[in-house]
Design a protein. Structure first.
Length: 284
């Protein structure tokens, strides 16, 4: 980990303005924001630890995971580039509810918790932004925790991949609505992904191969790419809405859900789907 340093003020200023701060207040606040470069595997906060900063991901991936009794952990949120995180513990003045761990080399901006508190209490636009973000995340986290802890291995794998699709393909500071591109690569080894999903490497590979055969994933040496991320987003939302009504689906049933949701995409997305499959046919 490289030493903490001051982030470029203009970059920070732009991030703060997007949170609802006025020109003057953003200019005043920016110098207090620091940048950290963190290695993969670095733990920002442990469950039960004090959250001293509100963080923004400039690049990389961070997982919020709940430790389980068998020394593994269950990921309940994955944050990608463009996401602020850590607000819940600061607002509630409680220790971290999860382990926050860098899944890849990550660069973050750090806004001191004391500054966050002042802005939240004194700046209505900032408070509204954070409140909307927090309300969405609390619901999403609760629903995802149910699926990842109670779901069968098949559901945990597919839902785990859907979380990465959301984190990598969408702005993470609001509920996602618009996809960027047709595919997104997960920059994490498959044995690590299997561990995050709470399944063996062998079982993970079995489900991933079936998803690849159905053209929802593209596999190459050391790489895993999620295809048609808009459908994966719809899938994640659908599964959260269904909740405990379907915790033991087969891979065939989940593939059918993906196929059904794929048919509901707008015409432009459908054209992208056909082009993708044409390219896949040329490669085979």
């Amino acid at each position: 980990m490289r030493p903490v340093s001051t982030a470029p003020d203009r970059y920070v200023y732009n991030r703060l303005r997007r949170l609802g701060l006025s020109d003057g207040l953003a200019t005043q606040t920016a110098p207090g924001v620091k940048v950290q470069s963190l290695e993969a595997g670095k733990k920002l906060w442990a469950k039960g630890g004090e959250v001293q900063h509100w963080c923004y991901i400039m690049d990389g991936l961070v997982s919020a995971a709940i430790p389980t009794t068998n020394s593994d952990s269950t990921p309940i949120s994955i944050y990608g580039k463009g996401a602020w995180f850590g607000e819940q513990s600061i607002i509630n003045r409680k220790p971290s509810f999860a382990d926050y761990v860098c899944l890849t080399p990550t660069e973050v901006l750090s806004l001191p918790a004391s500054t966050f508190d002042e802005l939240f209490l004194q700046e209505p636009a900032f408070a509204r932004h954070v409140a909307k973000l927090m309300a969405w995340r609390v619901q999403k986290t609760s629903e995802t925790l149910t699926l990842m802890k109670l779901g069968n291995p098949c559901l945990r794998v597919v839902m785990g991949l859907a979380q990465f699709a959301e984190a990598l393909a969408y702005r993470s500071d609001r509920p996602p609505t618009i996809g960027f591109g047709d595919g997104v690569e997960i920059p994490i080894a498959q044995n690590t992904l299997a561990s995050l999903c709470g399944v063996s490497r062998t079982l993970f590979s079995e489900y991933v191969q079936q998803l690849a055969q159905a053209e929802w994933l593209k596999l190459s040496y050391g790489k895993l790419e999620i295809l048609n991320v808009s459908t994966w987003h719809r899938f994640a939302r659908r599964q959260r809405e269904d909740g405990v009504s379907s915790l033991s689906p087969s891979i065939a049933e989940l593939l059918e859900v993906l196929h059904t949701l794929d048919q509901l995409l707008p015409e432009a997305s459908a054209l992208q789907r056909l082009e993708r499959r044409a390219r896949a046919g040329l490669r085979s």
